[in-house]
Design a protein around this ligand. Sequence first.
Ligand code: HXC
Length: 510
Amino acid sequence: MKDILRQLEERRAAARMGGGERRIEAQHSKGKLTARERVELFLDEGSFEEFDTFVEHDCQDFGMADNKTPGDGVVTGWGTVNGRTVFLFAKDFTVLGGSLSRNHSKKINKVQDMALKMGAPIIGLFDAGGARIQEGVDALGGYGEVFSRNVKASGVIPQISIIMGPCAGGDVYSPAMTDFIFMVKDTSYMFVTGPDVVKTVTNEEVTAEELGGAKVHSSRTSVADGAWENDVVAMTQLRRLIDFLPSNNRADVPERPFFDDAERKEMSLDTLIPENPNMPYDMKELVVKFVDEGDFFEIQEDFAKNVITGFGRLEGRTVGVIANQPLVLAGVLDSDASRKAARFVRFCDCFSIPLVTFVDVPGFLPGTSQEYGGLIKHGAKLLYAYAEATVPKITVITRKAYGGAYVVMSSKHLRGDFNYAWPTAEIAVMGAKGAVEIIHRKDIGNDEKIAAHTKEYEERFLNPFVAAERGYIDEVIMPHSTRTRVARALALLKDKDLDNPWKKHDNIPL
Ligand code: HXC
């Protein structure tokens, strides 16, 4: 018996060494942790329960029969984050570059299936070279099995991918189908084909960092939802994100102890809006002052900064915040901002996270580059996402709400539950200058007349009261009471029950 126990310990110890000391050292010298070190850091201490420690590949070609490592390049299992169950798989780059064999994919499939069955989030830590070349179509098929489970679980359990090393081929397509992708700066990159293939096919010379580094994907392509400094920060931030998310689409949002007063008045908000309507201000100041303890987890912080998206809490319960940012492009909606906000709204709606929208938007961005880039379709995504969302929807218009953007930004007309406006709100088809130049075109050149028309337009339309008189705004509220009003509304809406008609699935303008 003792021998058998010792044998198990020895086999476990061998598995823990992955690709061996030399490769572990190489991993560390690149500033990366090993798969197991990442898992230990991410989960609550001592909570990791591993599956399939001893699984090996069964490939016989290319000398692979003599090249087997227990675990076969991926560490899988489950554990807890602040007491809540999560499933995970972590690619082990020290074993054949974390490449995916048929048996490696079966290990991932097992945790995917288990996570879905148990209704718990699944996290993938990626650091891998794609399909195991020696296994050919078996490896490709293995990816197919992972992808199809990603799609099945989409909207049922949160799926999160963290890119912590080179990721190519199938190791970028699986993350692309998950809810969030985060990258680690300087050590991770993602591309379908790497710099060598790019050079061969297109003759372009490009580095891995330029082609698919964290900066490119978090600020330019929006493939990544954020970039973190290093592995340790990544695991800490991932824990923070998990704390905001419900476990599945039938679970309620997590409720955390909170140390902030829902009735807290923020008097400084009464002077947030500048006297001059063309002056910007920082919408993030409002968002941070609005959420519990100023704790705001931003999604896509470096992409389409004209709209802010992220998670916060009100009275300990998660809310999704969407806000136009007047500091960037005057808060205008363009294609990128529309796509970014639409995806966020849809994530929240999948997982019953109420939406709080702060509006200061001068409209959609005009111009050929936007129109040629498909602004109609991209803008429609946001309109569609808000209109289909059945979660509680609360909107606060702080200043401009012009034209189509007024309708799109969670207006009453799209089934908004509570639509508030600050006294500084201007709800109109467009700003005064544009409006006057269209409806009084004949007076252009006569400065006196134009000034009079502009004054008349401003007095008539650039306020919240025309909309409030019609019930499109439920109430005009004092800025300092925003947190209180929204908290009360959310408490009321906790048991909101609204369904869309049955359909196989919708057909959002992709
Ligand atoms: C088998 C692989 C491998 C792979 C890496 N290795 N990728 N083994 N199959 N796909 C092995 C290497 O042989 C090496 O083994 C070890 O992992 C580390 O790799 P290095 O190249 O030394 O590391 P590095 O210089 O850091 O480069 C990492 C890399 C590079 C950029 C990921 O290895 C690479 O380009 N790999 C191939 C990427 C790729 O084209 N994959 C197939 C994609 S197709 P030793 O024994 O020397 O340590 C795909 C299709 C999926 O995935 C379908 C999707 C729709």
